[in-house]
Design a protein around this ligand. Structure first.
Ligand code: NAD
Ligand code: DAU
Length: 363
């Protein structure tokens, strides 16, 4: 099993990154140091880790930095003697990529390229046998494989067929990561995961958006006919899977991660209506009346389904949280974190960033 001393996590103030840092410090066997590099876009909220920053002062460091700023990344690599990169930072929302693709190319492609360049520079070209004491793990998505009809699955060797600017930019970064392995022997692994849900997810994504709209009595927008299918995985299960790959995955390999849990959007929303009704004492029909069919997302992928035999058979990982329990935990989390929601809704956390970070860094 690989051991690391100093892990650079990019995008650690986002949804999955913050859950992963929490997992690493509170649940995993990792005993080293973490540097979280995040530029704090609209999706990055350092408040999601405020307690962690406090509690693990000795082992956790936050650096407000953009992965597109290659000099700064270089300096951070140097300063912290990074021996492992786990790369989450990205523009992650498909709808935003449709209306403004440029940021997606910038962060997801150029930013990933910068990180690879810096890793290559610091770690050097290492011809075989590749040493196991360094690793660049890239977090990617099942969306790079395109869209499925009613049958079939995405496998690790499914031909890439991205259809949105978001998935195209993620596919480009996957190719670069693989190229740096084959060309320069940078030790890499990649994971392609399905839709995550759970605490700290920004309420532009389906599940938190629907929960908050139900609580606020706002319309529940369903794109197209509502029959698009996604495979949902609890974020904590994703975190365990990533750590398993980082510790034991074969260098140069890609692993699919999924929930084996396909849901049509309309069924998922109806189920959430039942859960929120139970939690708030409202009648489910009152919530279901909020459902509003709206024009479809441009190029809306019909169905995603991920085959996870490889990670199961090679690394012994499979999801542990079933969908019903995961949704209950997620609903309970949003119901008990009103302050976090208010900050997001008001943009208050962005003002907090200006006071706490931008002021400091301009001193
Ligand atoms: P998110 O949007 O919640 O968080 C992204 C984080 O990256 C934010 O904290 C943001 O501030 C930071 N960031 C963005 N641009 C940056 C830059 N240029 N420099 C430094 N930091 C920057 O995203 P997420 O849902 O947590 O997704 C994390 C990763 O997982 C992404 O790579 C995404 O493609 C992948 N992924 C997400 C899902 C999902 O369902 N959410 C599923 C599979 C894969
Ligand atoms: O599959 C992994 C991907 O899952 C990740 O790579 C992305 O970062 C992540 O955002 C997610 O992409 P999706 O586009 O599948 O997620 P989203 O939550 O935006 O939408 C889920 C489904 O719900 C999709 O079919 C579109 C639909 N939808 C979404 C929203 C926000 C609606 O019907 N109404 C909505 O308001």
């Amino acid at each position: 099993m690989r051991q690391f001393n100093s892990i650079l996590i990019t995008g650690g103030c986002g949804f999955i990154g913050s859950n992963f840092i929490r997992y690493l410090l509170e649940e995993s066997d990792f005993t080293g140091h973490i540097v979280n590099v995040d530029s704090l876009t609209y999706a990055g909220n350092p408040e999601s880790l405020a307690d962690i920053a406090d509690q693990y002062r000795e082992r956790y460091q936050f650096e407000k930095a953009d992965i597109c700023d290659i000099k700064r990344i270089d300096q951070i690599f140097d300063q912290y003697q990074i021996d492992c990169v786990i790369h989450f930072a990205a523009e992650s929302h498909v709808d935003r990529s449709i209306f403004g693709p440029k940021d997606f190319v910038q962060t997801n492609v150029i930013g990933s390229f910068n990180l690879l360049e810096i890793a290559r520079k610091h770690w050097g070209v290492r011809l075989s046998p590749i040493k196991e004491d360094l690793l660049f793990h890239h977090i990617s998505t099942d969306e790079v494989f395109g869209s499925l009809d009613e049958t079939g699955y995405f496998y690790e060797d499914t031909v890439y067929d991205p259809r949105s600017p978001y998935s195209a930019s993620k596919a480009a970064s996957d190719h670069l990561v693989n190229a740096y392995f084959h060309t320069y022997s940078v030790p890499i692994t990649i994971s392609n995961c399905s839709n995550n849900y759970g605490p700290y997810q920004f309420p532009e994504k389906l599940i938190p958006l629907m929960i908050l709209n139900m609580l606020e009595g706002k319309p529940l927008p369903i794109y197209g006919d509502g029959k698009n299918v996604r495979d949902w995985l609890y974020v904590g299960d994703h975190c365990r899977g990533i750590w398993r790959i980082v510790r034991q995955g074969k260098i140069g390999e890609t692993y699919n991660i999924g929930g084996n849990n396909e849901q049509r959007n309309i069924d998922l929303i109806n189920r959430l209506c039942e859960k929120i009704a139970r939690a708030t004492g409202k009648h489910p029909d009152e919530l279901k009346k909020l459902i509003a069919y709206v024009p479809d997302r441009l190029g809306h992928d019909r169905r995603y389904a991920v085959n996870c035999d490889k990670i199961k058979s090679e690394l012994g990982w499979e999801p542990a949280v079933d969908f019903d329990r995961g949704l209950d935990m997620t609903v309970a989390w949003y119901l008990s974190h009103q302050e976090w929601i208010d900050q997001i809704r008001s943009g208050g956390y962005q003002k907090w960033i200006e006071t706490n970070y931008d002021a400091k860094s301009s001193n």
